[in-house]
Design a protein around this ligand. Structure first.
Ligand code: SAM
Ligand code: SF4
Ligand code: SF4
Length: 334
C-alpha cells in the first residue's frame, strides 16, 4: 500500500492535459468571447515536455495510479502526440486512454494505436449539423467527427466511448437520435451533465438536464436496466438496453455527486497538480522538476498534496460556490 493509499482516498486515476489550446470553442467550455484572438495561452516553454510528462507519470504510477487519460484543451493539436503515448505505453499494467473532440482523429488514429493507446473517448454533442456547429462554435461538421470515430474503431481503439454534454435549450432534442445511432454502432454513449467548471461559461442550474431525466427519456423508447459499476470510483453510472444491444452511461456530477469515491488527480499542461476539477490552484511540479528534484522528492511532493486533500465541491455546490473562481476545464481537461 502506498503512502497516498494509507492516508486518504486512493489515487488511481490521472488526467494528463498536454495543451491548453483547442481547435473548437464549445460554448460550455471555451466561450469565444473569452477565448478569442487575444487570449493568452501557455507559451511552449511553459508546457511540460514529453520527457517531463512521462517521468512524472511514472512517479504517479508509483502512488497507485492505474489509469491515465490524455486530455487538453484538444490533445491531438499537440504535435507528435503519438511519441508521448509510446513513452507512457512502456509503463506496465496501465490503462492508457485519450479524450478528444475527434477533429484530427481520422489522421492520427492508427499512429496512436500503434504507439500503444488502448481506447478513445470522442466528444460529440449532436448529430444535427446546426446544433453541433452552434455548440462547437467553429463551424466544424459532424461528419468529420464520425469519420474520426470510424478510423479509431478500424484501428482497434475499442470500445469507442462518446461523451455528450447536454445543455438545456441547446441539444436535448439530440438525445434520442444520438442514442439510436450509437446503439446501432455499438459505441458507448455517455451523457454528461453540464457543469459549473471554470468561471467563463455563464453556467446556470436551469441549464442542467439531469442524467436521470435523460435515462427516463431513452428508457421510454428503448428499455434500459441498470448495470453495476466496473470499479469503485467509476464516475459514469451504467445502463444496458434490455434487448442486449449495448449500454449507455450517465455522469451525474451535478445532481448525484460522487466526491466520496473520487480517486482522480489532474495535471495541467504546465505541470500543476489539481486535486479537484473545481479547484482554483494547483501544486506546481515544473519548478521542482526543472530545478533538479529527484524522483523520491517528486513522490514525496505528490504524497504531501494528496494526503491533505479534502475536496468535495460537488457535494457542497450552492449559489455561493458557483461564483467562486475556478480553473478552466480547458486547462485541466475534464
Ligand atoms: N477537447 C477534448 C474533448 O472535448 O473531448 C478533451 C478535453 S474536454 C475539456 C474533456 C471533456 O470535458 C469533453 O468530453 C467535454 O465535453 C467535457 N466538458 C467540457 N466542458 C464541460 C462542462 N462545462 N460540463 C460538462 N462537461 C464538459
Ligand atoms: Fe475544446 Fe474539448 Fe473544451 Fe470543446 S470541450 S472547447 S473540444 S477542450
Ligand atoms: Fe472529485 Fe472534486 Fe468532482 Fe468531487 S467535485 S468528484 S472531489 S473532482
Amino acid at each position: 500500500m502506498s503512502l497516498t493509499d494509507a492516508l486518504n482516498r486512493p489515487l488511481r486515476d490521472l488526467r494528463l492535459s498536454v495543451t491548453d489550446r483547442c481547435n473548437f470553442r464549445c460554448v460550455y467550455c471555451m466561450p469565444k468571447e473569452v477565448f478569442g484572438p487575444d487570449y493568452k495561452f501557455l507559451d511552449r516553454s511553459q508546457v511540460l515536455t514529453f520527457e517531463e510528462i512521462a517521468r512524472l507519470a511514472r512517479v504517479f504510477v508509483g502512488h497507485g495510479v492505474r489509469k491515465i487519460r490524455i486530455t487538453g484543451g484538444e490533445p491531438l493539436v499537440r504535435r507528435e502526440l503519438h511519441k508521448l503515448i509510446a513513452m507512457l505505453a512502456e509503463i506496465p499494467d496501465l490503462d492508457l486512454t485519450l479524450t478528444t473532440n475527434g477533429a484530427l482523429l481520422a489522421q492520427q488514429a492508427r499512429a496512436l494505436k500503434e504507439a500503444g493507446l488502448k481506447r478513445v473517448t470522442v466528444s460529440l454533442d449532436s448529430l444535427d449539423e446546426s446544433v453541433f456547429r452552434a455548440m462547437n462554435d467553429v463551424d466544424f461538421p459532424v461528419a468529420k467527427v464520425l469519420e474520426g470515430m470510424e478510423a479509431a474503431a478500424d484501428a482497434g481503439l475499442w470500445p469507442i466511448k462518446v461523451n455528450m454534454v447536454v445543455k438545456r435549450g441547446m441539444n436535448e432534442q439530440s438525445i434520442l437520435p444520438m442514442a439510436r445511432y450509437f446503439r446501432e454502432k455499438c459505441y458507448i454513449l455517455r451523457f454528461i451533465e453540464y457543469m459549473d467548471v471554470g468561471s467563463t461559461n455563464g453556467w446556470r442550474m436551469d441549464d442542467v438536464v439531469s442524467a436521470a431525466e435523460i435515462v427516463r427519456l431513452i428508457d421510454a423508447e428503448m428499455p434500459l436496466e441498470p448495470m453495476s459499476p466496473n470499479h469503485v470510483g467509476e464516475v459514469a453510472e451504467r445502463w444496458r438496453y434490455k434487448d442486449g444491444s449495448g449500454e449507455i452511461g450517465g455522469v451525474a456530477s451535478v445532481t448525484q455527486p460522487f466526491c466520496r469515491d473520487c480517486n482522480r488527480a489532474r495535471l495541467s499542461a504546465e505541470g500543476k497538480l489539481y486535486t479537484c476539477l473545481f479547484a482554483l490552484n494547483g501544486f506546481d511540479f515544473r519548478p521542482l522538476m526543472r530545478g533538479g528534484a529527484s524522483d523520491d522528492e517528486l513522490s514525496a511532493a505528490i504524497a504531501s498534496v494528496w494526503r491533505v486533500r479534502a475536496d468535495r465541491y460537488s457535494e457542497i455546490r450552492s449559489e455561493g460556490t458557483i461564483a467562486l473562481p475556478k480553473v478552466e476545464m480547458s486547462h485541466i481537461g475534464g
